[in-house]
Design a protein around this ligand. Structure first.
Ligand SMILES: NC(=O)c1ccc[n+]([C@@H]2O[C@H](COP(=O)([O-])OP(=O)(O)OC[C@H]3O[C@@H](n4cnc5c(N)ncnc54)[C@H](O)[C@@H]3O)[C@@H](O)[C@H]2O)c1
Ligand SMILES: N[C@H](CO)Cc1c[nH]c[nH+]1
Ligand SMILES: [Zn+2]
Length: 432
């Protein structure tokens, strides 16, 4: 990994360090995704079949997983993995349930009540990646909050394997939403199908889930289409920024960097430290651990766009991190809680030496679908609220209109909107 002295860089060089490896969507991906959308709109399921053959190398007549395939999946997943899925699901549910927003009401004037209530989004479309590695944990992160939110129809797409089946562990995890319908579709064609609807795939109201550049761009285009649908967030290639002090364990830090580097060649990992000795030791550990990894080739590509950054102190490290707005931030520093308050931009934060990012990926209970590419400046990770809409309600009695109506009428006249004023004044006259 390339070593950098943050204080020796000018503004332009600092901005370059904070750039993601694939910052801009290439013209090829943008136009390729647009062509897939056009094909799916024009030819529906036939286009999905053609894309699946072209991009996944599989001929599928029907992409929906049937009960036979669900049953076969349960039979083929080991008892150990089934137990781990159940254990993770329990903690994810506990954490997400605790975060469900309660409705509230305030009497804003005598006789005038304002309320905020939650309703589920009726039909949601979930995407579970399976290109380079099938991610049953992502199925848990999507289906559990969707079920807790009360979503009525849950559609889930995941790429097929070469034999035309879906990954069995993904299917098992998907059953956390009991009525889920699973379609063996991947990439931009899956997103297009759920965004516009086809003969077999229902059009969804909102799309959720991470994926590679094709998936990420397809979600962006789904949002921009006329009558476009909502999306959860930009959730592309994984990334982690570790802030480590001289007391951090170099082997732990290296393992955390590699755990995100192994996701894909376009992943990015940054280590920011005020200790030269720690940076040296982590560089040695990364090389040693990398050599043992089955996915070393992928991780090596990710490491080529990754950096070891020397800073003056931990305060400056947090400034660098806030400017980068990482998906994951690990605070491998002494007394990490003391620094937590200073962090403003991150998808999820991991405190201290004993909280690896991988714990959050699977089973700490928090959600691992998180904003990437700097989107953590303004977006949050998934929660039950992501699967709901909030609706406000107001309820005035005669006393309520008498109390607040004159204010509304004055503002309506000030805006030159006489019909607005009239709607209030009529009632004020009758209420008097
Ligand atoms: N941000 C998050 O919360 C989060 C969570 C989990 C995973 N991730 C990221 O998700 C990504 C998963 O990517 P993946 O590739 O393994 O799986 P994926 O399921 O996202 O993508 C696989 C699909 O991409 C399509 N595709 C591949 N090459 C194509 C091409 N040349 N043209 C058109 N379509 C093509 C294929 O249809 C294939 O089914 C990784 O980058 C990982 O880091 C992010
Ligand atoms: N780290 C990924 C989010 O960027 C989530 C994940 C799933 N499985 C392993 N990791
Ligand atoms: Zn991960």
């Amino acid at each position: 990994m390339k070593r950098i002295d943050w204080n020796a860089l000018d503004e332009g060089e600092r901005a370059a360090v904070l750039q993601r490896p694939v910052q801009a969507v290439s013209d090829a991906v943008r136009s390729g995704v647009a062509a897939i959308f056009d094909a799916v709109v024009a030819d529906g399921d036939a286009a999905l079949r053609a894309c699946t053959r072209q991009f996944d190398g599989v001929m599928l007549d029907d992409f929906e997983v049937d009960v036979v395939e669900f049953d076969a999946a349960r039979a083929s997943v080991s008892a150990e993995v089934q137990a781990a899925i159940d254990e993770a699901a329990g903690r994810i549910e506990a954490f997400h349930r605790a975060g469900i927003a309660a409705p509230y009401e305030v009497e804003t004037a005598p006789g005038l009540r304002c309320e905020r209530v939650q309703r589920p989004i009726a039909r949601v479309g979930l995407y579970v990646p399976a290109g380079s590695a099938p991610l049953p944990s992502t199925a848990l992160m999507l289906t559990i909050p969707a079920r807790l939110a009360g979503c009525i129809e849950i559609i889930l797409c995941t790429p097929p394997r070469k034999d035309g089946t879906a990954d069995p562990a993904v299917l098992l995890a998907a059953r956390q939403a009991p009525g889920v319908r699973v379609f063996k579709l991947g990439g931009a064609q899956a997103i297009a199908a759920m965004a516009v609807g086809t003969e077999r795939v229902p059009r969804c109201d909102k799309l959720f889930g991470p994926g590679n550049g094709w998936v990420d761009e397809a979600k962006r285009q789904a949002l921009q289409r006329p009558g476009g649908i909502a999306i959860d967030m930009p959730a592309g290639p994984s990334e982690v920024l570790v802030i480590a002090d001289a007391g951090a364990d170099p082997a732990f830090v290296a393992s955390d960097l590699l755990s995100q580097a192994e996701h894909g060649p376009d992943s990015q990992v940054l280590l920011v430290s005020d200790s030269d000795a720690l940076l040296d030791a982590v560089a040695v550990e990364v090389d040693a651990q990398l050599a043992q990894l089955p996915r070393a080739a992928i991780a090596t590509q990710a490491l080529s766009a990754s950096r070891l950054v020397w800073v003056r102190d931990i305060t400056q490290a947090i400034e660098v991190s806030d400017a980068y707005a990482p998906e994951h931030l690990i605070l491998a520093v002494r007394e990490p809680r003391a620094w937590l308050e200073r962090v403003h931009n991150a998808g999820s934060i991991f405190l201290g030496d004993w909280t690896p990012e991988a714990l959050g990926d699977y089973c700490s209970g928090s959600n691992h679908v998180l904003p990437t590419g700097g989107a953590a400046r303004a977006w949050s990770g998934l929660s039950v609220a992501s699967f709901q809409k909030a609706i406000t309600v107001q309820d005035a009695t005669r006393a309520g209109i008498a109390a607040a109506g004159p204010c509304a009428a004055t503002l309506a006249h000030a805006e030159g909107l006489q019909a607005h004023a009239r709607a209030v004044e009529l009632r004020l006259e009758r209420a008097a």
